[in-house]
Every structure is written in structure tokens, then in C-alpha cells.
Design a binder for this molecule. Structure first.
Ligand code: G16
Length: 539
């Protein structure tokens, strides 16, 4: 019998001299060099499904916040989690095999190593964002799936969190843990209904303008709105930057990454003072809020702010429901979290903070160890997850008063509103609106909970970013030798200074973060650390 694995790999040969790596969020690089990687990811997805006795595995084709000419692929585990680390390593090895024969050999080696029955069913769900290269790369994935004899469902265009939702729904369908109906309508109905229940008749003040980064979030939000209560009863939403007909506009001068990095609204923004705005990224798995005050000053309400808002609200609900003795909340952040946010959580909310390396997979993993784990990266990626025991405690709890009953109802609705599979910009922004409506807060009240330390994020292009190796949840560099001492010397020169540098896992760059007592000091520190990185990176 002909070797269908080698044949699939043969159809999409690997370009010579390139090394691929399953990074922070899958493989991500220029779309033109990704064909072979896609086919091989199809093979890995099929193997992963077989290893899990035919459970559905997800393949999402997206490069999220990256520029339009990039693309990428992430694999999704049966409950909607990120791919297990051991399989990331296998994916990297598979992506770098030189010849079709090597690919086939490695495919069979994996099967032997994990005792995978190659006749077992393999089921894979695929979806993509709106990038121009998506259709071609999807065909490459499908060739891999066909070569491996896997069954597949193609959902066409979806946001990344919708794909995670589908995977979880398909794997829990018909069980007591059923997560929902695995259709787009099922997604909209579930989250829209939870939004309505969680609001409990409270109407958010004003409107919300949602910048969709000209990505897949635009059309999907438009669909979601059709399922939400009418604007007279709930929230008025204005959808902007939703042009997916022009793929070259994706993430350009708009979107969550633009707003967070530049600390300014998209230049096209036309909102008035104190109008709430939020920006999604290209695949709608992150969101940041912002507004301009009466003096036309821009204020960012980023992932740290969402985490503190959500943690304090869930804490209130747990207390008001009479559950504070049995449920503890914790917050998970990364080194990018503003020092003031960490302080606020520890000192004011009196909650435990864990710090992990960048990457949703790390935060999610740390949050899983908590009863309620609220995790957000400053860039707006995140969600809150509830342990199985906590869900059971909340489901079984008998309220002892009307006040407890009402709080419990909102808490239960929030559980449905929060996408438990992965951080989801659409679900997250609705959660924020619910909290603001319950607190009768506008953006100004939200902002006034604490004062961010001025900060600056820079990108430095170097010859080889892999030489920058970190420790202590990416807060310190261990390589190149001597670089951390130089950074420390600069940090000590400014008041409330903190800075770190780390290689990006999604772009060919080193990221530098700095914060300090004043904007000038933060900018200066970031610039100095960037210079240090540059000098070591060009050596
Ligand atoms: C991905 C990851 C995030 C991470 C971001 C930037 O986001 O899912 O966890 O914060 O990349 O990572 P890095 O600094 O390593 O480039 P996205 O929205 O691009 O998928």
C-alpha cells in the first residue's frame, strides 16, 4: 500500500533552511512558508486524536495580532485547552523533518512511542480567521488529515475562542458536562442568554464601541448582537473596524495590540468623552477597554484592569452568596502586569497573585489550581475558570436569604457567560459590561480604583532572539552573560523602576517592558534597556 503520510508531506515540501518552532501560541510566521507546517499539523492533530481515543482535536488557522502577511496554526485539546507541552515538542520536531520519508517515519515513531492504534478513529475540527492566506493553508491541513485518514469538520471562519468552544462542545455532547451546542448559533445563544441573565435587568450606561481589528471578530460580533437583548433593554453596541473584505487592513492602525502597545485609540476612532470603547485582536481572543476623558486624555483599561474588576466582582458575589468560607479566589498574571495592579490585588482585594511566563497556556494551568482562578495578561488575554468542586459547591448551595439568592443567580449566570474553554474577547467584554452595570460604574470609576505606574513596551529586532533566555517567570535574563547586570543598573537609577526583556514567541523580536514613577522615567528606562538588548543582540 502506498504511504499516504509521505504522499501528503510530498505535496507540501518543507522549504530549505528554515527552522520552525511551536511558540507562545502555535506556529506563527510569514504565511508563504507555512504550507508544509500546516500539513504536518494535520498529521499531528490526527495522532493526538487517536491517542485520546477519537476525541475531537481543534486546528485553528490564525496569526491573531500579527500583520496581515503572517499566518499560523494552533492545536486545541479536547476540553478547549491549549495543546499539551509534550505534543508541542512533537509538533516542532515534525515541522522540521526534512523529507516526506522522514515525516512518515516520525509519524509512525510517535504512534509506537505512545502506543497509538493507527486504526482508531481520528476526529479533527478546523476553522480559520479572515487572512487571505487562510484558504490555501486550510487545504494544506486537509491534505494532512486526509493522509492520516482523519474525519474532519470544517467550520469555515470562526474566532479562535469559538473554535475552542466547538471542540469542547463536541467532546462533551450528550454527557452531564455538556458545554453547549456545537454550532455558531449554539455559541451565540448560550452567551447571549447568560449575558441577559447576568444583567438581571440592570442596563449598562451609555454605549460600547467595539473595534474589531478588521478581523473575524467583526462579522461574528454582528451575529452575536442579533441574539442579544434589544439596545433599549440592555447594551447599545457600535461595531467599528469590521472590514474583512480587505484582508490587508487586518490589525493595521486598530485592534487590541495597537491600542495596548501605542497607548492610544485607533486613529479612526470618533467617540466622544467618557464613551466606553474596546478593541479586539485579529482572532478575537483578547480585548482591552479605553476611553477619552473630558480633556481628551486617553485612558487604557487593559487586561490587568479587567482582572481586578472581575476578581473583585466575583469576590463580592461569592461573599454575598454566603460562600466565602468554601471558595477562594486567586489572580494569575505575567511579568507584564503593572506593579500597581499587583499591589491592588494583594493589598486591597487581599487576594493571592501568581506570576507565570507569557502564554495563555501557563496562566490557565496556574489558574486551574485555584477554586476560582482569574487570569489575564496585560495585553487583554484571559478569563476566569472555576474548579470542578467549586462548580459543584455553587450549583448545590442553598441561599439563606433573598440577597443571597440574588447574588447566587448572578454568580451562576457569570459562570455561563465566561468562556471556560479559553479567554474570549466577546464573552469577556460582555462580562465587563455586566460588572459595570451592577456597580453602576462608568469607565472613570473603573479607572479610579488604582493608578497605573507609567509604563512602556518596546520591540527590538535582533539577529537571533533565541539567545535571550529568561528565568523567574521571564522577569530576569540568564543569557547572554552579563546582560541582566546591565539592566539592573539602569533599573536602579529610576524611582519605582522595573524592567525586563524577553524573546517574543509570536514575532521575530525581543520585547522590552519598563515601568517607573513617571512617564519620562518609564520611557527612558525602556529605551536604555532596549539599547542594551540591541548591543547584546547584534554581537
Ligand atoms: C499570543 C499568546 C498570548 C501572548 C501573545 C504575545 O497571543 O496567546 O498568551 O501574550 O501571543 O506573545 P509573545 O510576547 O510571546 O509574542 P495572540 O493574541 O497573538 O494569539
Amino acid at each position: 500500500m502506498a504511504d499516504s503520510i509521505a504522499a501528503a508531506a510530498q505535496k507540501h515540501p518543507a522549504p530549505e533552511g528554515l527552522i520552525y518552532q511551536y511558540g507562545t501560541a502555535g506556529f506563527r510566521t510569514k504565511a508563504e512558508v507555512l504550507d508544509s507546517v500546516m500539513t504536518r499539523c494535520g498529521l499531528i492533530a490526527a495522532l493526538r486524536s487517536r491517542a485520546l481515543k477519537g476525541k475531537w482535536i481543534g486546528v485553528m488557522i490564525t496569526a491573531s495580532h500579527n500583520p496581515p502577511e503572517d499566518n499560523g496554526v494552533k492545536l486545541v485539546e479536547p476540553l478547549g485547552n491549549m495543546l499539551q507541552e509534550e505534543w508541542e515538542v512533537l509538533s516542532t520536531e515534525m515541522a522540521n523533518k526534512a523529507t516526506p520519508e522522514d515525516v512518515s517515519k516520525f509519524y509512525h515513531e510517535i504512534a509506537a512511542r505512545f502506543k497509538i492504534d493507527l486504526d482508531a478513529p481520528a476526529r479533527v475540527v478546523v476553522a480559520r480567521d479572515t487572512r487571505a492566506s487562510g484558504a490555501r493553508l486550510l487545504a494544506c491541513v486537509l491534505d494532512g488529515l486526509k493522509g492520516a485518514g482523519a474525519e474532519h469538520k470544517d467550520y469555515g471562519f470562526l474566532t479562535t475562542p469559538q473554535l475552542h468552544y466547538m471542540v469542547r462542545c463536541l467532546n462533551t455532547e450528550g454527557t452531564k458536562d455538556s458545554y453547549g451546542t456545537p454550532t455558531e448559533d449554539g455559541y451565540y445563544e448560550k452567551f447571549a442568554a447568560a449575558f441577559k441573565t447576568a444583567l438581571k435587568g440592570k442596563k449598562p450606561s451609555g454605549s460600547l464601541t467595539v473595534d474589531c481589528a478588521n478581523g473575524v471578530g467583526g462579522p461574528k460580533l454582528t451575529e452575536l448582537i442579533k441574539h442579544l437583548p434589544p439596545k433599549e433593554e440592555a447594551l447599545e453596541i457600535f461595531v467599528v473596524n469590521d472590514n474583512v473584505i480587505k484582508p490587508e487592513a487586518l490589525n493595521v492602525d486598530c485592534g487590541a495590540d495597537y491600542v495596548k502597545t501605542n497607548q492610544r485609540a485607533p486613529p479612526s476612532s470618533k467617540v466622544g468623552p467618557n464613551d466606553r470603547c474596546c478593541s479586539l485582536d485579529g482572532d478575537a481572543d483578547r480585548v482591552v477597554f479605553y476611553f477619552k476623558d473630558a480633556n481628551n486624555m486617553f485612558h487604557l483599561l487593559d487586561g490587568d484592569r479587567i482582572a481586578t474588576l472581575v476578581a473583585s466582582f466575583l469576590g463580592d458575589l461569592v461573599r454575598q452568596s454566603g460562600l466565602s468560607d468554601s471558595i477562594k479566589i486567586g489572580v494569575v498574571q505575567t511579568a507584564y502586569a503593572n506593579g500597581a495592579a499587583t499591589n491592588y490585588v494583594e493589598q486591597h482585594l487581599k487576594l493571592k497573585v501568581d506570576c507565570t511566563p507569557t502564554g495563555v497556556k501557563y496562566l490557565h494551568h496556574a489558574a486551574e489550581k485555584l477554586d476560582i482562578g482569574v487570569y489575564f495578561e496585560a495585553n487583554g488575554h484571559g478569563t476566569a475558570i472555576f474548579s470542578v468542586d467549586t462548580l459543584e459547591t455553587i450549583a448545590k448551595h442553598e441561599p439563606k436569604s433573598t440577597a443571597q439568592k440574588e447574588a447566587l443567580e448572578v454568580l451562576r449566570a457569570c459562570i455561563d457567560l465566561i468562556n471556560q474553554a479559553v479567554g474570549d474577547a466577546l464573552s469577556d467584554f460582555m462580562l465587563v459590561e455586566v460588572v459595570l452595570a451592577h456597580k453602576s460604574w462608568g469607565p472613570q470609576e473603573w479607572l479610579s480604583t488604582y493608578n497605573d505606574l507609567p509604563n512602556r513596551l518596546l520591540k527590538v529586532i535582533v539577529n537571533d532572539r533565541k539567545i535571550f533566555q529568561t528565568t523567574d517567570a521571564e522577569r530576569r535574563l540568564v543569557k547572554p552573560d552579563g546582560i541582566q547586570t546591565k539592566i539592573d543598573q539602569e533599573v536602579q537609577k529610576v524611582r519605582q523602576g522595573r524592567s525586563f526583556a524577553r524573546a517574543s514567541g509570536t514575532e521575530d523580536a525581543v520585547r522590552v517592558y519598563a515601568e517607573a514613577a513617571t512617564k519620562a522615567e518609564a520611557d527612558d528606562l525602556a529605551r536604555k534597556v532596549a539599547e542594551i538588548v540591541k548591543s547584546f543582540g547584534s554581537a
